[in-house]
Design a protein around this ligand. Structure first.
Ligand SMILES: [Zn+2]
Length: 112
């Protein structure tokens, strides 16, 4: 399951941070998830508890910020928000673009 491996990789990051900071558990974890990652927040929610069991995130509260995807058209340089990777430029209908944001999956903050 896609979301399970994502949850486990987040746990992995947190475990490493815990080791670095010599802490045994985190109280909160803040995540930033881009809208183009394809991550289903409901599905992530569903697997979360089993992924974090007996880890430093076992009791951590989750805060998730969704990052709206933004692209810049390679043709006319218009910057626009997009919902799908294949959305064309609203100005010139070109499909050639550079994704500026929306693909990130980031652990933004861990607090104890
Ligand atoms: Zn354009």
């Amino acid at each position: 399951m896609h979301e399970m491996s994502i949850a486990l990789s987040i746990v992995d990051i947190a475990e490493k941070e815990a080791k670095k900071a010599s802490v045994e558990a985190f109280d909160t974890i803040e995540l930033e998830i881009g809208s183009l990652t394809g991550i289903e927040l409901d599905a992530l929610e569903f697997v979360w508890n089993s992924a974090v069991r007996n880890t430093v995130l076992d009791k951590a509260q989750r805060k998730i910020t969704t990052i709206q995807a933004v692209a810049r058209c390679s043709n006319c340089k218009t910057e626009f928000e997009l919902d799908f990777l294949h959305d064309p430029c609203p100005n010139c209908d070109s499909f050639e673009k550079e994704i500026l944001q929306g693909k990130e999956l980031r652990v933004k903050r861990l607090t104890t």
